[in-house]
Design a protein around this ligand. Structure first.
Ligand code: PXP
Length: 242
């Protein structure tokens, strides 16, 4: 079964637009859980333009599902994750000013850095995942960093799905098989939506979790957040359990 983790960064962006506390990030996160989300993802960035570091510490005590913190492991991020101790940390090679994550790790170039950071998190019992593209060498080397999982960066799949779904999914299916062979668990995310999610999940084996933010929150404007989460769960063939 593939779990749905809802990325709530867009909710924080909306709140930050007015400087107050509307919408209330904690209330939305709790409602997402109540409506069936099996995880909540936050991605604090150095400029805190979406989720703030303080949001992450405020949310943690109330999270009943899997809490996933994503981000670039600078000193501040590492300290935050070690303090909060989420179920999972996803390491992303974001340059500080990036609009959104736009590449996976070079796990060969950064092997020793990743190994050190991952070792520190694993010592505290935090599951680690590394954001990665479908390159076989990068996946094989991710296993050498000690990571528990890889998260496949699905932007290319989402882009190419509209013209040729089979061709778009092929490198991801192969990457999934390689990751499994290396003993790595498999997550995926970026630009997944109600149109492309089902085909991805049906064609990519061993998929443990997807993390979805932008499209899901956009869909919620039309369908409401409760309906939307259930629509995504249905794409994953993941029946909602109360
Ligand atoms: N995974 C990672 C590592 C991300 O940075 C993001 C976007 O913040 C996502 C998944 C979710 O992508 P989207 O917002 O396009 O669903």
């Amino acid at each position: 079964m593939t779990k749905l983790s809802v990325n709530i960064n867009k909710i924080a962006t909306l709140r930050n637009a007015r400087g107050g506390n509307l919408p209330n990030l904690l209330a939305v996160a709790l409602d997402c859980e109540r409506f069936g989300a099996e995880g909540i993802t936050v991605h604090p960035r150095p400029d805190e333009r979406h989720v703030r570091y303080s949001d992450v510490t405020d949310l943690k005590p109330f999270m009943k599902t899997e809490f996933n913190i994503e981000g670039y492991p600078n000193e501040k991020f590492i300290a935050l994750v070690k303090e909060v101790r989420p179920a999972q940390v996803t390491l992303v090679p974001d340059p500080p000013g990036a609009l959104t994550s736009n590449a996976g790790w070079d796990t060969i170039l950064h092997e020793s850095f990743l190994k050190e950071v991952i070792g520190g998190f694993k010592a505290l019992g935090i599951r680690t995942s590394v954001f990665i593209e479908t390159d076989e060498k990068m996946i094989r080397n991710a296993a050498k960093t000690g990571a528990d999982r890889v998260e496949l960066y699905t932007e290319a799949y989402a882009r190419d799905y509209t013209s040729n779904p089979e061709l778009a999914v092929k490198p991801f299916r192969e990457a999934a098989l390689t990751a499994h062979e290396c003993g790595l668990g498999l997550n995926a995310g970026h630009d997944l939506n109600l149109l492309n999610l089902k085909f991805f999940q049906q064609n990519v084996p061993h998929l443990l979790e997807v993390s979805i933010g932008h499209a899901l929150i956009c869909d919620a404007l039309y369908y409401g957040i409760e309906n939307t989460i259930q629509m995504y769960l249905r794409q994953l063939n993941n029946p909602f359990k109360q």
